[in-house]
Design a binder for this molecule. Structure first.
Ligand code: ZN
Length: 371
């Protein structure tokens, strides 16, 4: 595959100054940085391409050779990246120069060289909550098996990198001495090694221990939501940072209440006489039972709205409502006497449906529910 012209890659003219080249590369490096383009092979290729172009054009000696001979100047193993281009470690080690030490601006992980603190892995647990717990918030104590530093484990400074976490290699090439630095592969870049460890610890000086972790779950969480308890995942060896405990929320079904966002629905059944004469009924809510009044002459399908008896918003303001759906139970079997009674009522004017404007249509009621 033919390489693109390095000036073209950085978008600068052949007469560009060192400052202009640096500025152009900085722009490209930010644009195609892997942290900003996760799992994007095209961005990664462009990121490497820009780094390679900068590696040459920022070096007076290499730039002069490139200007004279083009890409041929670095072929046949001459330039250190004749193979698959530069690797990521080389590129990130360049950044100390470009971004002036600490590589800020929201990128993670790659400082201008130096130690890397090992990070323990995250742990995931599922926590099942009742609807009442979701509505009111709850503190759950869960047993977690996590790796912790085994008591008695001690660490010493890595003798290969002298604790810096980096090893520097100097290679003599036809272009002169080239210096590259990479994380120390003896200590994994942490700068520390195990000195002593008890026999029950693993190679990193860790062992599994069961711990009770208290998790405060706010009101209003939703099934599938993930909460993070910082530092309660696996510990890392030495001065490393503990991983996190990821808590995945599961919501148990309630046998009477159905959740829809922050609102709750309840199906209330009343008998035919109760609908005709009016009644009061005890219903379940997430804060205990409440008694509600059902007016005489209530229609099947009526929705009684109990304001604020739903689920609090996870954002901390507002609460949903409890919507009680009235269902009039029509008897399916009647004795002779009852049958005669209803037959006698068949043409009675009180039994003929006369929808009033207050008995809203189904469409209007649905509209109300979502307003
Ligand atoms: Zn080391």
């Amino acid at each position: 595959m033919a390489k693109r012209d390095y000036y073209e890659v950085l978008g600068v003219s052949k007469g560009a100054s060192a400052a202009e080249i640096k500025k152009a590369y900085r722009k490209k490096a930010i644009e195609f940085h892997p942290d900003k383009n996760p799992n994007n092979k095209e961005a990664e290729a462009k990121f490497k391409e820009a780094a390679e172009a900068y590696e040459v054009l920022s070096d007076e000696n290499k730039k002069a050779r490139y200007d004279q001979f083009g890409h041929q100047a670095f072929e046949n193993g001459g330039g250190g990246f004749g193979g698959g281009g530069m690797n990521m470690e080389d590129i990130f080690s360049q950044f100390g120069d470009i971004f002036g030490g600490g590589f800020g601006g929201g990128f993670s992980g790659f400082g201008g060289g130096g130690q890397r603190r090992a990070k323990g892995s995250n742990l995931r647990i599922r926590v099942r909550l009742t609807l009442e717990e979701v509505a009111n918030g709850v503190e759950k104590k869960v047993k977690v098996k996590r790796k912790v530093q085994a008591p008695g484990t001690t660490y010493k400074t890595c003798s290969t990198c002298n604790g810096s976490g980096q090893v520097t290699r100097i290679a003599n090439t036809i272009l002169g001495r080239m210096q590259t630095s990479a994380p120390c592969n003896v200590c994994g870049g942490s700068g520390q090694m195990i000195d002593k460890k008890p026999s029950d610890a693993d190679a990193q000086g860790l062992k599994v221990a069961e711990e009770t972790v208290s998790i405060k779950i706010p009101a209003g969480v939703v099934d599938g939501m993930q909460l993070k308890v910082s530092g309660k995942g696996n510990e890392a060896p030495g001065n490393g940072i503990s991983g996190d405990l990821i808590v995945v929320i599961e919501e148990a079904d309630h046998d009477k209440l159905q959740r829809e966002g922050d609102n709750l629905h309840y199906d209330l059944y009343v008998s035919f006489p109760e609908a005709v004469l009016g009644t009061s009924k005890e219903i379940d809510t997430v804060s205990g039972k409440v008694r509600i009044k059902v007016e005489a002459g209530v229609q099947s399908g009526k929705i009684l709205r109990l304001r604020g008896k739903g689920i609090p918003s996870i954002n901390g303001y507002g609460k949903g409502d409890l919507l009680v759906h009235v269902n009039v139970w029509t008897p399916k079997t009647l004795n002779k006497q009852q049958k005669e009674f209803f037959e006698a009522m068949q043409n009675d004017e009180h039994f003929i449906p006369k929808p009033e404007s207050s008995d809203k249509s189904f469409f209007e009621k649905v509209k109300d529910m979502f307003s």
